[in-house]
Design a protein around this ligand. Structure first.
Ligand SMILES: [Zn+2]
Ligand SMILES: [Zn+2]
Length: 354
């Protein structure tokens, strides 16, 4: 989709309805400061905020209420459910996936490859261990909080980097998860999304009181950029449906606005003058050309086909002729003025079918 309205938001956020430490009002203010258009709140095993009528616009920020299901493993981020009675079924997550689908919702596997850190939370972690599940919409491929929890082996080291390079531990989603994502996409469309697992945890360091990973900081990191055909409605219910429909279809990309603002990235395919969006299939019955635009000249465009890097370019805009069917996605790495290039933007896939 070449011409599109772009809206950025942040998904996978915890509020004071579960173990987060911010009210809807505070979270919306932090989102407005970061320039976001929407936030997907996903408190653990509750839709309490919906019941209290907290969903809707706070100024220009659309606050949406989803939930994170399951307790000790197989966390499932669900949106689009207005009521729920199965909040946890850790050993058989298909039950929660089916329950969400039956209520008209959709969802994503959360931090599926999380590993424990012996120095944090007694080594507790919350990965996925059931890969026979079906019927889910996508998977979280970049989770800032989860990467941070895995990164450090000493408390002091964590504290050092918290102050001197807070972005460092979450700066790469990891090869393992990208490989898994690409593998799953060869079977069927699995949409990728990013989150921060924002909690804004209060902590004390001697006499100092601080909030670890404030919403203000996290909302400037891994964001979700939706491409809509029409402007986002001022009516909260209509706007919710617009956001959810893009999230279901995969017509969005994720990126780190911390490295450089992502707005303006585009990835779509053209066939016979027809444009095909991220998340869509296109049949290879006549020539297909992928179009990629980087928002900045410091980007390196990478085209991935069936999990393999097939093309790299320093150009800001390019057309890539598809020679064989496959699952295609685009990445952009950002070249800072000094230092190595870092992962910046990930598109959702376009599947070119036989
Ligand atoms: Zn979780
Ligand atoms: Zn979470």
């Amino acid at each position: 989709m070449e011409q599109a309205y772009e809206y950025s938001g942040h998904l996978h956020v915890h509020s004071s309805f579960s173990d987060g430490h911010g009210t809807f009002q505070e979270i919306a203010e932090a989102a407005a400061e970061a320039g976001l258009d929407f936030v997907g709140i996903t408190d653990h095993r509750t839709l309490g905020a919906l019941e209290q009528g907290l969903e809707g616009y706070y100024g220009n920020v659309l606050m949406l209420v989803g939930t994170e299901l399951n307790t000790f493993k197989n966390h499932y981020i669900a949106f689009g459910v207005r009521e729920m009675d199965v909040f946890s079924c850790d050993d058989d997550p298909q039950v929660v996936i089916d329950a969400v689908n039956a209520r008209g919702g959709f969802g994503y596997l959360a931090h599926p490859l999380e590993k424990g850190n012996p120095y944090l939370m007694d080594g507790r972690c919350f990965p996925w261990d059931r890969w026979d599940v079906k019927g889910y919409t996508g998977m979280e491929i970049w989770n800032f909080g989860s990467l941070w929890r895995m990164a450090f082996s000493r408390k002091l080291q964590a504290l050092f980097w918290y102050y001197l390079g807070r972005y460092r531990a979450g700066r790469h989603p990891g090869e393992e998860i990208l490989e898994l994502w690409d593998d799953l996409n060869r079977e069927r469309l699995v949409i990728g999304f990013a989150g921060s697992d924002a909690h804004a945890i209060p902590a004390s360091l001697g006499p100092m009181r601080l909030k670890l990973f404030s919403y203000q900081f996290l909302f400037r990191t891994l964001n979700t950029h939706l491409l809509l055909e029409e402007k986002l409605s001022q009516d909260p219910e209509e706007a919710r449906e617009q956001v959810y429909s893009a999230l279901r279809q995969g017509n969005f990309y994720i990126g780190s606005d911390y490295l450089h603002p992502c707005r303006g990235f585009r990835f779509y395919a053209m066939r016979d003058e027809q444009s095909i969006s991220m998340g869509e299939d296109v049949a290879f019955t006549s020539p297909v050309v992928l179009r990629v635009s980087s928002p900045c000249r410091r980007g390196i465009i990478r085209i991935i086909k069936d999990g393999r890097l097939v093309y790299t370019s320093n150009q800001q805009n390019l057309g890539f002729k598809v020679l064989k069917p496959g699952v295609f996605r685009a990445e952009i790495h950002y070249r800072p003025l000094v230092g190595r290039s870092l992962p910046w933007i990930y598109s959702n896939p376009i599947r070119v079918t036989e």
